[in-house]
Design a binder for this molecule. Structure first.
Ligand code: ATP
Ligand code: MG
Length: 299
């Protein structure tokens, strides 16, 4: 049983691809911290929510041990450690709570460019290098293929050139690293992004309430990331032509303008509000168009 605490502790990557975006996202939820001298711990000053700065691979284990309550980690890392637990016959104790919309990449199987790819059966008896042995083993089993999984903790992409493996299974974002090593992706094992990870079991009352508050704020922060508030006026009779021009908007609020026939509208738009969109609305009869940034949102 994890020790009882009245502060929430979130593990994030200390340095690396997810470190800065994780902190920025949490800061946009109104969290501010005082950093310890060794820069491993950040004490929450605005809310009892602290950060622990660690290696990303350690995050699921810290949640499992109850050292941390939540963590920001790539789905690839979480899924690998879950798959390892399941392969061991254990119940996973952590799970994905919320996708966070950054750190996008995929775990892909890649083979030498000069292979004519015919399908997974071609991997039979081959050596595949990876840092994700459990996800790869599960995929191979699902495909009914038996191959040798070669575990490497880094520099997986050069393994074929070094003669350590015939193919690889590694993270890909642009594909440039694969191409530089004369490899091509042929299958996707996992679509990944940074996620908020937490225990399957949930929390006691105090931390449960803090976690729920954080989830509500994260949800709001993620929803307004690309959102704008659009204000405009229009004659009542053009509304049927105007409204279809707002496809990614929430149902607009419509108000009467005092002493005029026109209506005033406000709509929260979740996609980009381009000049082209504004011009289309104007042509359809809208005027006084204004686009405002959205600072916060609580649904
Ligand atoms: P640590 O020192 O914390 O163990 P790391 O080297 O394991 O760091 P990074 O390379 O910073 O980790 O990657 C962290 C996460 O970023 C990955 O687990 C993955 O979810 C995500 N990511 C996004 N794009 C890529 C990419 N092109 N290559 C690797 N990881 C990526
Ligand atoms: Mg790591």
């Amino acid at each position: 049983v994890p020790p009882s605490r009245d502060r929430l502790r979130i593990a994030i990557q200390k340095s690396g691809r997810l470190a800065e975006p994780a902190r920025t996202l949490l800061a946009s939820c109104g969290l501010h911290w005082r950093e310890s001298r060794d820069r491993l711990f950040c004490y929450g000053e605005t809310l009892p929510v602290d950060l622990l700065l660690v290696r990303d691979d350690d995050i699921p284990g810290l949640i499992a041990d109850g050292v941390c309550d939540l963590g920001v980690v790539g789905r690839n890392v979480l899924a690998e450690q879950q798959a390892a637990q399941v392969a061991d016959g254990r119940e996973p104790v952590f799970r994905e709570w919320l996708p966070l919309g950054f750190g996008g990449c995929r775990l892909a199987l890649a083979v030498p460019e000069d292979w004519g790819w015919q399908g997974p059966a071609q991997l039979s008896g081959k050596r595949i290098a990876t840092s994700y042995p459990s996800l790869l083993a599960r995929w191979l089993a699902d495909e009914g293929v038996s191959a040798d999984v070669v575990m490497l903790s880094g520099s997986v992409e050069i393994a074929p050139r070094l003669g350590q493996a015939d193919a690889i299974c590694d993270l890909v974002s642009s594909g440039a690293t694969l191409a530089a090593n004369q490899l091509k992706p042929v299958a996707t094992l996992c679509e990944s992004e940074a996620v908020l990870a937490g225990p399957v079991a949930g929390f006691d009352a105090v931390r449960g309430e803090l976690a729920a508050l954080l989830m509500r704020r994260l949800d709001g922060a993620l929803r307004i990331r690309h959102s704008k508030l659009l204000l405009f006026q229009a004659p009542r009779d053009v509304l049927p032509t105007l409204l279809p021009l707002l496809p990614d908007a929430e149902t607009p609020t419509v108000m009467r303008v005092d002493g005029a026939d026109d209506l005033a509208l406000q709509a929260l738009c979740h996609g980009a509000v381009t000049w082209q969109r504004l011009e289309e609305l104007k042509r359809a009869g809208a005027h006084g168009l204004m686009v405002l940034p959205v600072e916060g949102m609580l649904a």
